[in-house]
Write a protein that binds this ligand. Sequence first.
Ligand SMILES: Nc1nc2c(c(=O)[nH]1)N[C@H]1C(S)=C(S)[C@@H](COP(=O)(O)OP(=O)(O)OC[C@H]3O[C@@H](n4cnc5c(N)ncnc54)[C@H](O)[C@@H]3O)O[C@H]1N2
Ligand code: MOO
Length: 341
Amino acid sequence: MKVVPVYQAEGMVLCHDVTEIIPGKRKGKAFRKGHVIRRDDIPRLLTIGKENIYVWEVNEQTLHENDAALRFAQAIAGPGLSLAEASEGKVEITASIRGLLKINGEALERINDIEQVAAATLHSNQIVDAGKKVAGCKIIPLVIGNEKLKQIEQIGIDCYPVVEVKPLQACKVGVVTTGSEVYHGRITDCFGPVLTDKFERLGSSVLRQVFVPDDISMISKAIHRLLAEGAEMIVTTGGMSVDPDDVTPSGIRAAGGQIVAYGAPTLPGAMFMLAYFGTVPVLGLPGCVMYHKSTIFDLVVPRLLAGEVLSRKDIIRLGHGGLCLVCEECRYPECGFGKGS
Ligand SMILES: Nc1nc2c(c(=O)[nH]1)N[C@H]1C(S)=C(S)[C@@H](COP(=O)(O)OP(=O)(O)OC[C@H]3O[C@@H](n4cnc5c(N)ncnc54)[C@H](O)[C@@H]3O)O[C@H]1N2
Ligand code: MOO
């Protein structure tokens, strides 16, 4: 900060608000702190009585907060995002498409470890609609050293993209509904409509729903039939728990898939299974997916539709934030469920 004669202040940044008082008419801010002084501001500043003012100097080594915030946002934003105009040292980042929000948490931490800058985001791995605000980049002082922006830009290159929205692929989904009580018509199937609705909301569709009793070989055959019909994802429903008739995990194993995990640290959704048949994910969905509004389904399926291949480690990580409070009115993803992963 330094004092300069006002007629030398063009291009420099005001360090404080400048108040103008016109008796009987108005009292208010004539210029805001952070304003970059233009040549035509000078006569007005002189009229207000400012022959000398405190300024920050912007030169090759320093940047005004708004210019810096824009470079900051450009450095962290990847595909599927758009940037708002810089204001008060801040640029907001919004989704430009509907899709899966991905945040590189490690890169974000490295950036926020740089002094005088702050980036805040929504949590990773949630579906966001186009227009949703997902992140904000803020410069703390009015003027910041260029080297700090260069550090951020290097992290942005090394970890590209720090923030992105991945589009969801439209998938043809095969459904294998197990349960002798459903197969023999003792009860009406309720899983199919829930899944049709959930997949349609995600831009995918149910190719076919096959009904089988609690029989390992029939479950296995149904999986192969749907694979042969071109299913790009298969979900089996029910029979995932511990009763003698809960044989769906055995059916998936018998079909010969590569098992990623049986059991997931999410409640509801603990009795979940994920397997792969080549590139086709096969999911074992427990009864809770039919009953509860938000479950393991909502944490895993969007990521699969965004093209991610999930590992056992990805499933294990769901534990932090994997406890759903089963609120009367479900507000997911505007809650803690799935937040830690
Ligand atoms: N002793 C234990 N009991 C339970 C455990 C456990 O670990 N130990 N796990 C619980 C969890 S977690 C879940 S989730 C549920 C359900 O798990 P399943 O996937 O095995 O579900 P099912 O036994 O097949 O069915 C439960 C219930 O839902 C009805 N159902 C199933 N499919 C359909 C369908 N397509 N349409 C309509 N209704 C359906 C079924 O008739 C049963 O009433 O287990 C807990 N228990
Ligand atoms: O899978 Mo149950 O899967 O936790 O409610």
